[in-house]
Structure formats: structure tokens, C-alpha cells
Design a protein around this ligand. Structure first.
Ligand SMILES: [Zn+2]
Length: 207
């Protein structure tokens, strides 16, 4: 049993997608958006806003330029360890693809290796590579699971994602603080005993 926690991806090399042409085009369009919503893009507070939003958007969607499966495969090592490895409380920030408004929360990931292991920080990098694009929580959950399953070929993978959706909360569709949980399991985690062991380890209660 190995329970590790990670709350950051600090070793994660941040990719700047700040190529001038893309930023200029985004800047132009955000300026137009400001006009369309009734703002004056020439007022002092907004002068640099289109530029800032352009850079921010490229940062928040940098996952498109990442290949998490390739990254994982390049960081595999062999070991006989065959117990459940749990990485809990991986903080992520994503944006819903329907409203382009944030959803954010924590991902909990476990796998039972079958000879191939990877560094714990790499699991957090996989989560963030899929989070930093336009997403829906269900697909993100499955993508994380598939990536680890394909790269490590373990005896099983478990992914639970808990998130708050600002697009629901801000528009009053959902009460504040309401949390949406998604999960996906392969192999050994389809077994109730193993799955419950994982859920207990992450302190999860299905509502
Ligand atoms: Zn939404």
C-alpha cells in the first residue's frame, strides 16, 4: 500500500504559447467582444485587457500542445511492485467546453502496476494536460484513465474527479459548492473489494 499526495505540478515545465500572430488575432477578437457586450475597449482599465485575455487563454489551453501518453511512456521504469499506487488530491483547473467558464477541483488516480511504473508527479502532469483545454468532466475522467491504461498497461486504473462548475453556479443552475463526481475504472478496479479499498483511501463517499 502506498498512499501519496500531490497538490501541485510544480515540476511541470510551463509551455508558453505566446506566438505573436495568434496573440494579435485573439487580441483583435477580444476587443470586438468588449464592444459587443457594451463596453468601451478604449477606457483605461480595459486598454490592455484583450492582450491579457489572449495570453491567459493560451495558457489555460496549453494542454492542446501536450501529448500526455507520450510523456508517460517516456517516463516508465520497470519494477516488481504490484500493490495499488494512489495519487490523491491532484488539483486541476479546466474550462467547460459549452460555456468556456471554469470548472475545477481534484482528481484522484490509482493504478496497480504490472511491471511498469511511472513517477507520481507524472500522473499529475497527465491530469493537467487534459484539464488545460476545453473539456467536459466526463471525457476528462476517461481520457486520464485511457492514457494511464495505454501507457503503463497496469492490472487496473481508477480515476475519480470531483469538481465545481462555475458555469452552473454563476448562472444559478446549481447551488454554490455543489460538487459533481465522475469516475472510471479498468481491470482490477471493476472488482468491488479493490474499488472500495481505493475509495476508502481517497476518503470518498458517493453521495
Ligand atoms: Zn458549462
Amino acid at each position: 500500500m502506498d498512499l501519496k499526495s500531490t497538490d501541485s505540478d510544480s515540476k511541470y515545465a510551463r509551455i508558453d504559447r505566446f506566438d505573436d500572430k495568434t496573440i494579435k488575432e485573439l487580441e483583435y477578437h477580444y476587443k470586438e467582444i468588449l464592444k459587443l457586450i457594451g463596453e468601451n475597449p478604449e477606457r483605461e482599465g480595459l486598454l490592455k485587457t484583450p492582450f491579457r485575455v489572449a495570453k491567459s487563454m493560451l495558457f489555460l489551453t496549453q494542454g492542446y500542445e501536450m501529448n500526455p501518453c507520450e510523456m508517460l511512456q517516456s517516463a516508465v521504469f520497470t519494477d516488481e511492485y504490484r500493490e495499488m499506487i494512489v495519487v490523491k488530491d491532484i488539483v486541476f483547473y479546466s474550462m467547460c467546453e459549452h460555456h468556456m467558464i471554469p470548472f475545477f477541483g481534484k482528481a484522484h488516480v490509482a493504478y496497480i502496476p504490472n511491471g511498469k511504473l511511472t513517477g507520481l508527479s507524472k500522473i499529475a502532469r497527465v491530469v493537467n494536460a487534459y484539464a488545460r483545454r476545453l473539456q467536459i468532466q466526463e471525457r476528462m475522467t476517461t481520457q486520464i484513465k485511457d492514457c494511464i491504461q495505454n501507457a503503463l498497461d497496469p492490472l487496473g486504473v481508477a480515476v475519480v474527479v470531483e469538481a465545481q462548475h462555475l458555469c452552473m453556479q454563476m448562472r444559478g443552475v446549481e447551488s454554490p459548492n455543489s460538487v459533481t463526481t465522475t469516475s472510471d475504472f479498468t481491470g482490477a478496479f471493476k472488482n468491488n473489494v479493490t474499488r472500495n479499498e481505493f475509495l476508502n483511501l481517497i476518503g470518498h463517499k458517493f453521495h
